[in-house]
Write a new protein. Structure first.
Length: 250
């Protein structure tokens, strides 16, 4: 997937027609269209690859700070990734070979923090299938995993329902990308007193150009039984990540 820029005509070449100029202008402005059948192969992760994002709480507009993910090592199908959030000390996440979560930090997301208890890390057994490669528009999949609190050993079952929607042109601080929109609904079995289970929506715009997401929006909600009927839905949060920079492997 790439932008296709047309070269300037050589000096002395005949001037194109006005229709031709319009076509050239459109070609310069728009990325090459992706076929609805185009397939994304699994990413080829390597040490040194890094992504930086700006994170914002959409409901309040509050800027949370910069997020950086950097691949440190790859061994036996496990990808070790340093996560730095808003200048805090880095924690090491673990992904599988295609980016699915084996162990992640709470990322400032309340629903993840609850699964991890007092720990800053949450393990997923098996890895939570955020992606299923090869990936194409229209593909869908279902997954079941358990989130494990490393400190207490407490397990929470999660159901995941995912679908790759369509190619979209996305503009973020790092630039303009043609990305595949992937939507998941995650349902952790985490009810508490006066509160229903959490329902999580996690949407990524995945670009093969950067082997990852250029935009992610995660929001979560639950029913509060203490509130009046008809007003029980509580929006727990809505976090947006947008790519500000990408470093390929060294």
């Amino acid at each position: 997937m790439r932008f296709e820029w047309l070269p300037n005509p050589p000096r002395g070449a005949a001037n194109p027609s006005s229709a031709g100029l319009v076509a050239v202008a459109l070609a310069l402005l728009l990325p090459a269209a992706a076929s609805s059948e185009e397939v994304i192969a699994p990413p080829s992760f390597r040490p040194g690859m890094a992504w930086t994002y700006q994170q914002r709480e959409d409901i309040t507009g509050r800027a949370v700070g910069a997020v950086r993910l950097e691949i440190v090592t790859i061994a036996s199908g496990a990808v070790s990734v340093d996560l730095t959030l808003a200048g805090e000390q880095a924690v090491t996440e673990r992904w599988d070979a295609t980016g699915n979560w084996q162990q992640v930090g709470s990322r400032g997301w309340d629903w993840l923090a609850r699964l991890g208890g007092r720990s800053k890390m949450i393990e997923f057994v098996p890895a939570l299938a955020l992606y299923q490669f090869p990936l194409r528009p229209g593909a869908s999949w279902v997954d079941t995993a358990h989130a494990v609190d490393p400190d207490s050993g407490r397990k929470t079952e999660l159901k995941l329902f995912a679908k790759a929607i369509r190619w979209e042109e996305v503009t973020v601080p790092a630039g303009k990308f043609l990305a595949l929109k992937v939507r998941r609904t995650i349902a952790p079995n985490d009810p508490a007193e006066f509160r229903s289970r959490t329902t999580v929506s996690l949407v990524d715009w995945y670009s093969p150009q950067v082997s990852g997401s250029v935009r992610s929006i995660c929001d979560w909600e639950f029913q509060d039984d203490r509130r009046p009927r008809g007003d029980q839905l509580v929006k727990g949060g809505r976090m947006r990540w947008e790519l500000t920079g990408y470093t390929p492997a060294k």
